[in-house]
Design a protein around this ligand. Structure first.
Ligand code: 9D3
Length: 248
């Protein structure tokens, strides 16, 4: 996965990307993240990248020039590119999108806005897709771009270590996780469920699956509509539902 991040705050993206799991993946070359400072594409002596809004009003707008020039510079390499605008008005990012980006062969260009946003002509002429990471307000697109790059990169085979990736395969089946325990077996009078110390791997597997289904049913029932349940899952979920009557 090869990406370019265009930003007025390169330090934020660099810190978030290189200090994460992607540190190793960027060394092996499986993930390449190129952070470009939009100020370097400004043309005046003060390296101005933002300006007052036409029509008045508060706040500043990012000038089109530096963004167009930065994207042109990237495109001049001749590789196919896909251009994303990080924006609260975008389609909300999810696991499905992460998987799509992890399989993308084009160079991924992420434009990060600051202030009130970017000049509309950037959106019209340059942007293929607008992405948000959720319905809350950030100060800019930098952390959102880092979130998207990390979530997508970790789905590329070989990016995670063998230990982590075994989990990764089974992890995203669309259910919430089952509970985890470690030593001691009893802590402040709270015991680890017997099944986990039984050594019976089939019982453990069923218990974990049932716990995952139960957590999803209680906390995120909407997720259950998105997935295909096996006959075993349906049976476990029926147990969960019948056992729920009378409990909190
Ligand atoms: C307070 C200003 N808002 C007026 C309605 C508009 C606004 C402009 C710019 C709100 C946020 C931002 C900066 N945010 C992003 O660039 C951003 C973002 C976000 O805020 N939330 C979730 N995903 C993203 S991706 C980029």
């Amino acid at each position: 996965m090869k990406c370019d991040v265009l930003t007025l705050f390169p330090g934020i993206v660099q810190a978030a990307v290189y200090e994460s799991i992607l540190g190793r993946a960027t060394e092996t070359g499986l993930v390449q993240v190129n952070v470009l400072d939009l100020r370097d594409f400004a043309v005046d002596k003060h390296n101005t990248a933002d300006d007052y809004p036409y029509g008045g009003g508060s706040g500043m707008v990012m000038k089109p020039g530096p963004v167009f020039d930065a994207v042109d510079a990237i495109k001049s390499c001749g590789e196919p590119v896909k251009v994303f605008l990080m924006s609260p008005q975008g389609v909300v990012f999810d696991h499905r999108k992460a998987l799509e980006l992890s399989r993308e062969t084009r160079r991924l260009v992420f434009i990060c806005g600051r202030y009130e946003g970017v000049d509309e002509r950037v959106r019209e002429a340059l942007v293929d897709e607008e992405i948000s990471i959720g319905d809350f307000v950030l100060s800019g697109g930098e952390l959102a771009a880092a979130v998207i790059i990390e979530a997508s990169a970790r789905l590329i085979p070989g990016v995670l270590g063998a230990d982590e990736s075994a989990e990764k395969d089974s992890f995203y089946d669309g259910l919430l996780d089952y509970p985890h325990y470690t030593r001691p077996a009893v802590y402040r009078d709270m015991a680890v469920p017997d099944v986990l110390t039984s050594g019976n791997h089939e019982r453990i597997r069923l218990w974990r699956r049932k716990q995952a289904l139960a957590a999803t049913f209680r906390k995120r029932p909407d997720l259950l509509n998105e997935i295909e349940l096996s006959p075993e899952d349906k049976k476990l979920l029926e147990e969960v539902e019948s056992e729920m009557w009378g409990t909190s």
